[in-house]
Design a protein around this ligand. Structure first.
Ligand code: GLN
Length: 486
């Protein structure tokens, strides 16, 4: 029998249908990989026992020919930001180290209803604030792909544990969340596929909030097809999230392989004339060529306000975070450190419970929202956000999708990342945050290996709720690039 953990979700599903193996076989194979892969620190909590119990139910359904969906029997990693009923959910923070939610997030509930199995909760930056998995209270995640010189590199973040778990075959697919790039950048750094859907496509109910107007859940998988399979089940309207969109979820897998003849792909002139790193620029050009040779038309467009996106994001995201994180007061749930007065108890609990980066964001956020600075920073940022979205809307009058790199470099080493100051870290997000500000969908696909052996990813950005076009385009990129051929 082939190594079961090398199969895609689509292949696992076909194998279950043909009764070639059981879900228990598959879970056991993944448990072995999880044991061997502990050095990557991809999981905060392993739920192998629980997964085996779930697999039994799946096997009964498989035997009866009554599988619930293509995900039935498939082991998934769940970012430890999704509340899972009766399973510890930490947000990689000390303040939630012992938090066991009494309820299930809507996305994970949808995945459970589809029959999927949860094999563990994956590591992340604390409260999803970060881009290298440096800020997790549970320690750094390591990228399973090594640099050519043998050095270990970061997974990217914040969904670094999910990316590492998929890349090292420690689950068949994983959930991520993306506030400013947290699905797409770790996917690019670890050589896998990740899609941030349109804001509102997936319910945010039960996902521990970072910045509510930007947060969105999405799948992280080995292939584009697997991402389509997962998103179809994760997405959908939810009464419990007033920002979830009441729009039907298309059958993403049905149109996936229909080709891109006549597709108009925009490339922002700000990138063509900018100072992209040479290898990233090469991968960018190669991607354009692949799309062209498959019938797409590549057109230059302009996104003039993109240069303000990073500054805008690092006002809006911390502002919302400071408000969302006010609930961790030591009283209702999470860590409590007693003090002589109520105020002292708040102060002690929050001082002990939050890490340095989270505290920095709370302080920035509180500052930009405070009287006197609100207009100068927060309100101005909201206005610039509108301009940034308008840039994309203008571009989409001329093109169907936009192609850009995901990150300015390949993954950096763990040593390098430790010497970065916060602003250097924030600069990593320069190509991903504008899309969250504009609320649009974007998919990240690995394209090729850089000379240092690390993967380079490109992203396709779509119109509101047009994930279908992204899957089609990404599928063509995947089928024709040197990363996948390898
Ligand atoms: N790196 C970005 C940040 O730290 C994005 C994180 C995310 O998307 N959750 O805010």
């Amino acid at each position: 029998m082939a190594d079961l953990t090398s199969l895609t979700i689509a292949e696992l599903s076909a194998g279950f249908d043909k009764k070639e193996f059981s879900s228990t076989d598959v879970v056991n194979a993944y448990i072995k990989n999880i044991e061997q892969g502990r050095k990557y620190n991809a999981y905060i909590t392993e739920t192998c026992e629980h997964a085996l119990a779930q697999a039994k139910d799946c096997d009964n359904r498989i035997a009866a020919g009554k599988r619930l969906s293509m995900l039935d029997g498939v082991p998934l990693g769940i970012k430890d930001l999704f509340c899972t009923k009766d399973i510890r959910t930490t947000a990689a923070s000390k303040i939630l180290e012992n938090f066991v939610p009494p309820y299930e997030s809507t996305v994970t509930k949808n995945l459970l209803d589809a029959g999927s199995i949860f094999i563990g909760k994956t590591n992340l930056d604390e409260f999803a604030m970060g881009g290298a998995n440096l800020t997790s209270y549970f320690g750094q995640t390591i990228n399973p792909i090594k640099r050519a010189d043998g050095k270990e590199v970061v997974t990217g973040g914040s969904s670094g544990g999910s990316a590492a778990a998929v890349a090292a075959s420690m689950c068949a697919g994983a959930t991520g969340t993306d506030t400013g790039g947290s699905i797409r950048q770790p996917a690019a750094f670890c050589g896998i596929v990740g899609i941030k859907p349109t804001y509102g496509r997936c319910s945010r109910y039960g996902i521990i909030a970072y910045a509510s107007s930007l947060d969105q859940a999405g799948p992280m998988t080995k292939t584009v097809e697997d991402a389509a399979i997962m998103l179809e089940k994760m997405a959908g309207f939810d009464e419990l999230d007033s920002t979830s969109a009441n729009i039907a979820v298309p059958n993403f897998t049905a149109s996936l392989k229909s080709g891109i003849k006549g597709l108009k792909v925009g490339v922002p002139k700000e990138f063509l004339n900018g100072d992209l790193n040479k290898e990233i620029a090469d991968a960018y050009n190669e991607s354009m060529e692949i799309l062209k040779s498959n019938g797409a038309e590549v057109k230059e467009i302009s996104l003039p306000n993109m240069k303000y996106a990073l500054a805008t994001y690092y006002i809006i995201a911390p502002a919302e975070a400071s408000s969302n994180l006010a609930r961790y007061d030591g009283l209702r749930f999470g860590l409590r450190v007693e003090g002589a007065s109520l105020d002292e108890m708040y102060e002690n609990s929050r001082s002990a419970g939050f890490g340095a980066e989270v505290k920095r964001r709370i302080m920035i956020g509180t500052y930009v929202l405070s009287a006197g600075y609100y207009d100068a920073y927060y309100l101005k940022a909201l206005n610039v956000r509108k301009l940034i979205r308008q840039d994309y809307i203008n571009a989409f009058n001329e093109v169907d999708t936009i192609l850009t790199p995901v990150a300015p470099t390949t993954a950096f080493t763990i040593e390098e990342s430790k010497s970065f100051d916060p602003v250097t870290n924030y600069l990593q997000d320069v190509f991903t945050v504008p899309i969250n500000l504009a609320k649009l969908p974007a998919i990240s696909v690995p394209i090729k290996r850089a000379e240092n052996a690390l993967p380079i990813g490109m992203q396709l950005i779509g119109k509101d709720f047009d994930e279908e076009t992204l899957f089609k385009g990404a599928y063509v990129l995947e089928q024709n690039n040197s990363w996948s051929r390898k």
